[in-house]
Design a protein. Structure first.
Length: 225
């Protein structure tokens, strides 16, 4: 599944409408046909946490956003694993969520910090699920999985769409590049050689400055130690 499920002409209503009240059967059917996302959660979490650490020295942007928690949460990897387990999202959906996160970072729409990592990832994952999947659970269900209220998830989703200019389209070639790099990081724990072979960053955007780039830096540090 690549651009067959990611088409520019495709539209989904990003609302709280219930696709299925009983999400058990939906989740099980999606889990059966989805690609295993185990291991990718840790890679993405490590990249986002690396960016958050780098941003600690930056001054506050002002008033807290809807994505900011009162206190910094911990262990993003476990949180992502929980989201993936109970939403049964595929590797493709998780990759798409990563791309949305990178758009926020590269477009300077948000500064990733420890206080907003979980809510940013939750909003991006829910948006990716709704955009890619024909059947998905209600916002009430996703809110319980993500540890927030339904009203709060509604606000997160609306804020994300506004920051992305309501553009959830993902180019097939760009998507394939992201998915390949993420899976390679999972398998090899290092993307240094890949980037050394690339004369420039991604033609679509400077991926090396986003979450994907942070994953590479984190993997490199891990290998060095």
């Amino acid at each position: 599944q690549t651009n067959k499920n990611i088409k520019q002409t495709r539209t989904h209503t990003m609302s709280t409408d219930v696709a299925h009240d009983d999400c058990g059967p939906v989740a099980r059917s999606r889990r059966a046909r989805s690609t295993s996302a185990l291991g990718i959660e840790g890679v993405i979490a490590r990249g986002m946490e690396g960016l958050a650490r780098n941003n600690e020295s930056l001054p506050d942007s002002g008033e807290p956003t809807v994505f900011d928690a009162v206190e910094a949460s911990s262990n993003l990897t476990k949180y992502l694993k929980r989201l993936c387990k109970y939403t049964a999202c595929s590797t493709n959906v998780l990759t798409c969520a990563l791309m949305y996160t990178d758009r926020l970072v590269l477009g300077r729409k948000i500064i990733l910090r420890a206080q907003n990592l979980h809510r940013v990832m939750l909003a991006c994952l829910v948006a990716a699920i709704k955009y890619n999947d024909d059947y998905f659970c209600s916002n009430g269900y996703h809110a319980k999985v993500g540890g927030v209220s339904t009203r709060e998830l509604d606000r997160l989703e609306c804020a994300l769409l506004e920051l992305l200019d309501f553009d959830l389209y993902v180019d097939e070639e760009h998507f394939k590049w992201y998915r390949t790099e993420v899976l390679r990081t999972v398998d090899e724990h290092c993307l240094c050689n890949c980037y050394k072979q690339r004369a420039t960053a991604c033609d679509v955007c400077d991926v090396s400055d986003g979450v994907c780039g942070a994953m590479i830096a984190a993997a490199t540090t891990s290998d060095a130690t």
